[in-house]
Design a protein around this ligand. Sequence first.
Ligand SMILES: *Cc1c(COP(=O)(O)O)cnc(C)c1O
Length: 491
Amino acid sequence: MFYESTRGPAEPLGTAEVITAGIAPDGGLYVPRKLPELPWREWIGLDYGAVAAGVLRLFADDLPAESLAAAAAVYGDGRFGAAGPAPLVQAGPFGVLELWHGPTAAFKDMALQALPLLLSASARLTAAGREILILTATSGDTGKAALEGFRDVPGTRVCVFYPDGGVSAVQEKQMLTGGGANTFVIGVRGNFDVCQSAVKAAFTSESLRKSLAERQMLFSSANSINWGRLLPQIAYYVWAYLEAVRQGRAEAGAPVNAAVPTGNFGNILAAWYARRMGLPLGRLLCASNRNNILADFFRDGCYDTRREFYRTASPSMDILLSSNFERLLYEAGGRDGKKIRLWYAELRENGRFQVEEKVLAACRAVFTGGWTDEDACRAAIARVWRDWGYLLDPHTAVAWQMAESYRAESGDETYTIITSTASPFKFAPAVLNALTGAPPANDPWADLGALADRTGWTLPAALAGLKDKEERRDVLLAPDEIVGWIERKFA
Ligand SMILES: *Cc1c(COP(=O)(O)O)cnc(C)c1O
C-alpha cells in the first residue's frame, strides 16, 4: 500500500512511514494511492476487534502481523466497557452508533487507543531509534484521548495545545489531570483554528525539524491529519453496517445512510473511505453547528472562512478550517496536487476559494451538508429525551436534527445511522439546560450529578471523581510563541 501527498508530487511512502510522519513535508496530507476492496460480506458475525484487525490488515501490509493484532486487541480487552466499543442502539427512527465508551468518553478514543501501538510499530521500522515528539491541537476531545493513549508510551512525548477558554470545563479538567512523565498540556490564546494553524506551522518549520533531528527526535501528529487516526475509524463504519444487517435494519447489500457531527472532517471522511472501498453506505450527512462553512460549501462550492467564528454548545465542532476536507477535495478534484496547492494558496491570501462545478458535483454525489443552530440543538436534545428516552450530547444532537430535517425534506427513508461522538455527561451543563430550560448552575460538577439524577443514566467512569483530581497546565502561550517554546523545551 502506497500513499501520496495531497500537495504532491512526492515520493510514494508506505503505511509505516506515513503514520510516523503524520503530515507530508510539503504541508499536504497523505492519502492512499489506491483503495483496497473491502470484503465486508466475509466479516458478517465477527466481533469488533476482528473487524478492526481486518481493516488494519488491508492497509498496513508493511507492519508485522503481531503489531496489527495488538492494535486491534485494544477493542476487546475491556477498556471500552461492557457494552463493547461501538454499540448500535435504536432510538426512535434512527440507529445511534455510540462511540464514547472509551476511557475519555468521546469518539476520539476509537482511534487514539490503537494509534500508539500503530505508531510505535511504525517507528520501529522507520525512525531508527529516534524519539517521537507528538504535537496535537485539540478543540477539546482529541487532547485528552491523545494523552490517555500515549501516556508513558516509551519513545514518545506528547504536547497537547488547546484554545484557552475554548473548551468545556470538563474537557479542560480531563486534560489537566492524570498526565504522565512524557505529556505536556499547553493553553493557547485564540480559538481552535488559530491553535491548529500554529501547530501546523511548527510541523512545517524547517529549522525546528533540524534542531530536533540533532537531538534524535522527530515530529508526528495525533490529529486526524495523521492517516493512523483515520484508519481505525474506517472500522467502526464497517462494524456499524454489519450490526445494522445483523439487527435486521437493512438487508445485506442495501444502502445505509450515515449522519455525522462534523468538525475537522475526520470522522465523516472515514465513512467516505469505507464507502469507496465497497461498503454499501448511501448518503453521508455532514452536520455542522452554527459554524456552517461546510454546509455552505456543499451548496455553492465556495469555501469561505471570512465569517464570524461562534462558540457553541458543541465546541468540538467549532472549526472553520477543517483539515481533512483537503483529502476529499483532492479526490473530488481528480487527485491533482497542483489544484490543491492553488486552492490553499488562495485560502491563505484571500480567506476563500471556489471549486469548479465538476468538483462540487463529485462532492454532492455522496455528501449532503446541513447545519443546526443552538436553539434547534437544544430542542432536539429535549425532544429526543421526551419522545424516545434517549439522551444526546450537543454534538450528536446537531447530527440528529440534520438527519430529521434531511429525511423530511428529501423523502429519503433509507435506514440512517447517527454517529454519536460524546457521552452526554461530557457536556452536562448544556444537556441539562436543554432538558430543564433553566440556565446552567455555573458549576459543571454539580450538573454532572444533576443530569444523572434527572435521567437515571450512569455517569461514565472516566468522569466520576474528576473534579477532585489535581491539575497541571504546563504553560499558556500566544500562537506565535509555540515554535520558540518547543525549541527551548526539546531541542
Ligand atoms: C472531534 C469531535 C467531533 C468532530 O469530529 P471530526 O472528525 O473532527 O469531524 C464531533 N464531536 C465530538 C464530541 C468530537 O470530539
